[in-house]
Design a protein around this ligand. Structure first.
Ligand code: SUG
Length: 419
């Protein structure tokens, strides 16, 4: 048995568009109404995966969701032709690409029954994301169907908002050893919605049968949410023994750091001071929405969006970090600008699962040859551009549906995913 970390990236769907649906997500609001480029977006996502494969990492995929989500509109008593524009945009959203919001994952070494537990996120706070869970559940039940190894749980009931791994971090000496799991929740009352409710975080920890002595609940700072950190993964990321976070990420960081050091004495906390990188620069550059990965040759790399390189104070800080010879040895910028313009960085696009790849349905795992074939489907079918004021265009809708059917058929998942 070879347990290792696998990053599952959401393939960016053919309906990717900028409808400005996410309050508190500054990029989504800033780009509302802009023309999107779904084909280029999805190919950028493929290139990111290819880069990670070349680092020697294991890579998986999740499929885009069927859009428009007619089943959801039917529950609301309408359809894509008759829906009001805000409901139509919500039904067309490609937001399931951000796989960090698909589920919360606890590896087998952390759970009392020795299975890997996954709880599908309910995403109830944002209407356009609240209808993702049925298709996410359907896919994860196929990908992780081995019941002796995986437990895939349905979402936590409303009203307790749960946005999945974006508000969850795990530290461990090695991926396959028992770790410390950190659940970061928000408190409502600020400028923007707090999307992760503490009751949801606690329920996930209970369901996953985590050891309370190795489970920490930390509150996100109001300042961070108000500055546009709508998920904790916009201001913090963890991998093995390293926590990399902004000074203002957490409400009471001293108490949180003490609890963390007690649960895990080997932890290395790399904190970026606000005096050197402001919250605004951190959020603009998505410095922390990075994939912090352990390289097969040893040491860690931080896969950052190119926006981090374009933000001088951030880039200077990162160069100094590398020069300091700590655990993070390489900074790797990736161009995922289409996703970034909707507030989704490298870490948003992936869900980490620590498991034996042999236990996972192979249709959800990729190598470069498979990525080439997926890229060919995208290049042939995905719309080149979408104007969000034309989401009712019947030819566009037919094209989006055809793109999805072709990809699912290509991956031989039609029998599992088409009801
Ligand atoms: O939920 N954007 C997503 C971005 C999610 C990023 N994920 C993580 N941080 N893990 C969101 O706000 C934009 C949709 C629109 O405006 O059309 C959107 O949903």
């Amino acid at each position: 048995m070879t347990v290792r970390e696998i990053n599952f990236d959401g393939i960016i769907g053919p309906s990717h568009n900028y409808a400005g649906l996410s309050s508190g997500n500054l990029a989504s609001k800033r780009n509302a109404g802009a023309i999107s480029y779904p084909r280029a977006a999805a190919l950028q996502g493929i290139e990111k995966m290819r880069g990670n494969l070349r680092l020697g990492l294991k890579q998986g995929i999740f499929l885009p969701h069927w859009r428009p989500d007619g089943a959801w509109l039917a529950q609301l008593g309408t359809d894509i032709g008759g829906a009001e524009p805000h409901l139509r945009a919500a039904a067309m959203s490609a937001s399931s690409m951000w796989a960090a919001n698909a589920a919360t994952v606890s590896p087998a070494s952390d759970t009392a029954d020795g299975r890997t537990h996954l709880t599908i996120a309910n995403l109830v706070t944002m209407p356009h994301r609240s209808h993702e869970w049925p298709q996410t559940l359907a896919q994860l039940q196929v990908a992780f169907s081995a019941k002796d190894v995986f437990a895939v749980h349905p979402p936590i009931p409303a009203p307790f908002g749960d946005e999945g791994a974006a508000n969850h971090m795990r530290l461990s000496d090695r991926h396959d050893e028992a770790g410390v799991e950190i659940f970061v929740y928000g408190q409502s009352g600020g400028l923007f919605p707090a999307r992760q409710h503490i009751e949801a975080s606690k329920a996930v920890a209970r369901r996953h049968r985590l050891d309370p002595a190795r489970t920490i609940f930390a509150r996100q700072s109001d300042e961070a949410i108000d500055a546009g950190a709508f998920h904790n993964d916009v201001v913090a990321v963890a991998n093995e023994t390293v926590l990399f976070a902004h000074e203002h990420a957490f409400a009471d960081r001293a108490t949180f750091y003490d609890a963390l050091r007690e649960a895990m004495p080997s932890v290395c906390i790399i904190e970026v001071p606000a005096a050197e990188v402001s919250l605004a620069d951190a959020i603009r550059s998505y410095l922390f929405n990075a994939q912090l990965v352990t390289l097969p040759e040893g040491g860690m790399a931080l896969v950052v969006p190119t926006e981090a390189r374009a933000t001088p104070r951030v880039w200077r800080w990162l160069e100094a970090l590398i020069a300091g010879n700590g655990p993070i040895r390489r900074i790797i910028p990736v161009d995922i600008r289409q996703s970034m313009a909707n507030g989704g960085g490298p870490a948003c696009l992936r869900l980490r699962v620590v498991a034996d790849p042999a236990d996972i349905d192979p249709r959800f795992l990729v190598d470069e040859a498979r990525l080439d074939r997926i890229a060919a489907v995208i290049a042939e079918y995905w719309p080149e551009q979408i104007d969000p004021s034309s989401l009712d265009d019947t030819r566009l809708i037919a094209r989006i549906e055809q793109s999805w059917l072709t990809l699912v058929d290509h991956l031989q998942l039609s029998g599992d995913l088409i009801p």
